[in-house]
Design a protein around this ligand. Structure first.
Ligand SMILES: *Cc1c(COP(=O)(O)O)cnc(C)c1O
Length: 371
């Protein structure tokens, strides 16, 4: 949903802040390294067709996606640079993606075979050999085993110079793990270069995400692939700004007596007479049902505690102590209020998950308003 009439809840997308974050991220890039802007999950819920022009405006020449819908949206937006898929694809997806010139990950002989067939049918093919360096065990090829090394050599033999990249994805970016992961990846790349006809100078070696870029640790990679950093959910102390706000409207105000229960199952009971506000956002709009006790919305500059269970499209808050509240007024679930680090931590705790999950979910479940 990108348009709606008088929406009860909506996401405000701040394009200027995405551009600002991109500028800061590019400034952190070590000299000579490339940058891949990761726009999977519809640009982390922000709307991929709206974000592509911002990426192009700063001359970024590589974009990462996962689905074919995203790949075609990026091309439709006019992007002519490198488009990499950041997960393994099915044979059907690979065929369907030909028109968007997607560079595929290859971590198995089956995918290599599929790409080889396409090449023989006259299609240009560009592949990135995906390795399982330190335990993602998601879709990368594990070459710590003899079998894995045999498969690796067979893939490279089959695809030859169509292997234009070697990549991995680190499972964590803590100082305790990152140097080990980086060294191991480097060793694996060297082993491949030494045992195949691949030319290191013609292969893009890439690993590392937003957390790697801000980790302050030297990592051997030709390119960082960054998503989260563009959307301001990491390192606000470096000046990154949150790019999405989630808002809803107060749709009812009423007085309820001491002893009344609130919401389904009567799970909450008023301990005194209260003025309650019903706000038009619920779990169907991404205000999750398993929200933590102590959750709150912002109304004006004040915090309004959530009471009882979250309904499908509404939630009830205690508005008794609010200075200014009226039907039709705004309530903010997540927005640029006060200390950003604090706000990110509170929101992640409140919804028991990480901001990337929330952004992607909110963006899909609500109309988006672009600023
Ligand atoms: C999602 C993803 C990234 C970007 O991760 P962020 O933490 O959002 O920067 C990079 N590489 C791969 C393979 C990914 O799946």
């Amino acid at each position: 949903m990108t348009e709606d009439r008088c929406p009860g809840s909506w996401c405000e997308i701040h394009r200027d802040r995405i551009s600002h974050n991109l500028t800061l991220a590019l400034g952190l890039l070590p000299k000579g390294r490339r940058f891949c802007a990761v726009l999977k999950a519809d640009a982390y819920g922000h709307g991929i067709e709206q974000v592509v022009p911002l990426i192009q405006a700063q001359d970024v020449t590589c974009i990462g996606i996962t689905s074919n819908t995203e790949a075609y949206a990026v091309r439709t937006a006019g992007f002519t640079g490198t488009l990499i898929r950041l997960r393994a694809a099915t044979p059907a997806e690979i065929t369907d993606a030909l028109g968007a010139r997607v560079e595929e990950q290859v971590g198995s002989l089956e995918v290599a075979q599929k790409l080889w067939d396409l090449k023989n049918a006259g299609h240009p093919v560009r592949a990135h050999l995906a390795l399982n360096t330190l335990g993602m065990s998601r879709d990368g090829l594990e070459i710590a085993t003899d079998q894995g090394r045999i498969t690796c050599l067979a893939i490279v033999k089959m695809l030859g110079e169509d292997v234009v990249g070697i990549c991995t994805h680190f499972p964590d970016n803590t100082p305790a793990s990152l140097p080990t992961a980086s060294d191991l990846f480097q060793d694996q790349v060297s082993w491949i270069i030494d045992n195949t006809t691949l030319d290191r100078s013609r292969v893009l070696v890439h690993a590392g995400s937003s957390l790697t870029l801000v980790a302050d640790q030297p990592v051997k990679t030709d390119m960082y692939r960054c998503g989260a950093i563009l959307y301001g959910i990491l390192k606000p102390e470096l000046g990154f700004q949150t790019t999405m706000e989630l808002k809803a409207r107060i749709v009812s105000l009423g007085h309820y007596p001491k002893g009344a229960t609130v919401g389904y199952d009567g799970a909450y009971r008023l301990r005194s007479d209260r003025r309650l506000a019903c706000v038009s956002i619920g779990y169907a709009n991404g205000f999750r049902r398993d929200v933590q006790d102590g959750a709150a919305l912002a109304i004006g500059a004040q915090s309004a505690p959530v009471l009882g269970k979250v309904s499908m499209n509404t939630v009830v808050v205690d508005a008794t102590d609010l200075d200014s509240v009226e039907v039709g007024g705004e309530a903010t679930v997540f927005g640029q209020t006060g200390d950003t680090r604090n706000m990110l931590g509170k929101t992640e705790h409140q919804f028991r998950t990480i901001m990337a999950d929330l952004y992607a979910d909110w963006g899909l479940r609500n109309p988006r308003v672009f600023r």
